[in-house]
Ligand binder design. Structure first.
Ligand code: SF4
Length: 602
């Protein structure tokens, strides 16, 4: 099918577009003027629709990508709403390069573009969405430096993203999962659901709600245990039945879906339930590490925004410039994961983008010693609080002991040196310093230093019991030296002062949330990742638009004024009118975007 080329612009189009008051420095303005450069040919040439001669004309990829961006430019909306808006909003059509009247892309086309963006880019091996995101990030950073703004100061953090799928408790995970499996199996074997329910002896399959069908008092442990055990028995029977017959199912999609549901149901039983002595199943009083929280979003996890505030879904890990707000890299990981590992991947990604990153501000979550060492191996200096060794009691902490690692000597708070070292027993042997028992027994500080039971005192004031047999033992962490170096570094007031600027970087998270990143709009982590990248790209396009508009305005003001000659004002008025009539495309006097080639990838 050929590419849909909008009809030659009519006088009506130009007249209407001229009346549209496209505000300078907005994403729409940017798309109107620089659409072709924002979506470069090295990326868009892989869009194969429109190469054939038959069928309905395909949409130009630039118009579709513009629509994908516009969808997230105002707080996010569904695909259907975005397509409806494109059909009714002249400004959006103008930004997409479509005439003011005529058809617009449908939701299906938008889905196809998103699937195309998730595919691998032929030259780099990265996904297309990643390539496009990095291209826009480069442009935004270029616009910052071209405008002579402050050089980047890097910041990384994470922000929650709620998953799209329903978050369920254990009983509903089992019951709803079983009902889904039943429906999938009925489709796969081409039989009515009632027959499947009969063959599995599971009337629950025909119910509307799991808990509504069970109808028990959930506060009664006996009734709860009986209900859960019955449910588990049916699930195990059904899974065994399905798994046995699965290879004979011809339809690949149905086979994979049924297999996936079986695995999820077994995972729920393994993670959330335990058998008691009587052989009945009960809900376990623990939380498994990667506990399943949703059948539709199996990769979503239970995370914490703060100690008291939790969420179910994903974490958006973001790395960007806190001065300009440009987002250089981001990723989406399960909500229960730690921040440090995805943070390191972002740093590596940014360095592969050939962006100079030597210092980064981050919060305590990234301040662990392993994290610091890993970032140091990338040549990055981390400005983050060092892990503290808090002790609520008045006892001495490990920090109160000085250690000379070179000489192999530890000095206690009483000033007594010890070079006697030993290795602890256990799974992970550690080094420990030991002080002699007689020295500690006579020490006036021993109450604050030794973890021994206080000697009992008799009625007449005499101390009872034996003095401690051994002296103080100070066990060192495997990376104790690095830990102490990090703490010493953190004690520097200049470093702490620099760290205070970290809070400015929260604007990056705020910008993502403002454009609709707080909730995923589709099921699954890949879709959430695409959404986060598109939002990050829209944020960067906003910065690029503002910077280009400011640069253009500055260039206009700086232009020397010449004395008008006869007829010059008439010519100027004619040129201005021609400029206004000119449709989308790069104007002659505007600052040119750098023509970035397809970046070499490693
Ligand atoms: S109890 Fe032993 S190690 Fe502790 S301060 Fe006194 S002398 Fe030093």
């Amino acid at each position: 099918m050929p590419v849909y080329r909008p009809k030659q612009r009519s006088f009506l189009d130009l007249q209407r577009e001229e009346r549209l008051d496209v505000q300078q420095g907005t994403v729409v303005w940017l798309l109107v003027r620089y659409r072709e450069m924002i979506f470069p040919q090295w990326l868009t040439r892989a869009w194969r629709r429109g190469e054939g001669r038959r069928g309905r004309p395909a949409w130009p990829i630039e118009a579709l990508l513009a629509l994908v961006v516009l969808r997230w430019s105002e707080g996010g909306m569904s695909r259907v709403s975005a397509c409806r808006r494109a059909a009714t909003d002249s400004m959006w059509r103008y930004a997409m390069g479509l005439p003011v009247e005529g058809r617009t892309p449908t939701e299906k086309t938008l889905r196809e573009v998103e699937a195309w963006l998730l595919e691998e880019h032929e030259e780099s091996g990265l996904s297309r969405k990643q390539m496009l995101f990095e291209h826009v990030a480069h442009l935004a950073l270029w616009s910052v430096s071209a405008r002579g703004l402050a050089p980047p100061r890097w910041f990384m953090d994470s922000t929650p993203m709620w998953c799209f799928g329903a978050v369920l408790d254990t009983v509903r995970l089992l019951g709803d999962g079983l009902r889904r499996l039943g429906r999938a199996w009925a489709r796969a074997t081409d039989q009515p659901l009632a027959s499947v329910a009969q063959s599995w002896d599971a009337p629950l399959l025909l119910a509307r709600s799991t808990k509504g069908w069970l109808r028990i008092d959930w506060h009664d442990p006996e009734a709860r245990s009986t209900a859960i055990s019955g449910l588990v028995a049916v699930v195990l029977r059904a899974v065994e039945d399905v798994k046995g017959e699965l290879p004979q199912i011809g339809d690949t999609w149905v086979r994979e879906e049924a297999g996936r549901l079986c695995e999820l149901l077994l995972r729920v039983i393994e993670q959330d339930l335990v058998k008691d002595r009587k052989g009945r199943w009960n809900i376990a009083e623990r939380v498994a590490r990667n506990r399943l929280v949703s059948l539709s979003d199996p990769e979503a996890g239970h995370g914490h925004k703060t100690r008291s505030e939790s969420f179910w879904g994903y974490k958006i890990n973001v790395l960007g410039d806190l001065e300009s707000g440009v987002i250089a890299a981001l990723s989406v990981t399960p909500g229960n994961g730690h921040d440090a590992a995805p943070g390191h991947e972002l740093v590596a990604r940014v360095q592969q983008m050939r962006i100079d990153l030597r210092r980064i501000l981050a919060d305590t979550a990234y301040g662990g010693i392993e994290s610091r060492l890993q970032l140091r191996s990338h040549g990055v200096d981390l400005v983050a609080p060092a892990p503290t060794h808090k002790r609520p009691s008045k006892m001495f902490s490990k920090n109160d002991f000085d250690i000379d690692f070179k000489e192999g000597v530890a000095i206690c708070p009483n000033g007594v040196k010890s070079s006697e070292r030993e290795t602890t027993r256990g799974k992970e042997p550690k080094t420990a310093f030991r002080w002699a028992a007689p020295v500690c027994a006579e020490c006036p500080m021993r109450q604050q230093c030794l973890r021994v039971r206080r000697p009992k005192t008799s009625k007449n004031g005499k101390s009872m019991g034996r003095p401690p047999k051994a002296g103080k033992r100070l066990v060192l962490e495997p990376l104790e030296r690095e830990l102490r170096e990090a703490r010493a570094e953190w004690a520097d007031p200049a470093r702490r002062e620099e760290y205070r600027d970290r809070s400015i970087g929260e604007r990056l998270n705020a910008a993502l949330v403002q454009h609709g990143a707080r909730s995923a709009r589709s099921r699954g982590r890949p879709a959430a990742d695409l959404q986060a990248h598109l939002i990050g790209m829209t944020v960067n396009l906003g910065i690029l638009a503002r910077n280009l508009a400011a640069t253009e305005a500055a260039a206009r003001h700086a232009r020397p004024t010449r004395r008008p000659t006869a007829g010059a004002s008439r010519r100027r008025a004619a040129a201005a009118a021609a400029d206004r009539r000119r449709p989308a495309g790069p104007p002659g006097r505007a600052p040119q975007l750098p023509l970035l080639p397809s970046p070499a990838r490693s």
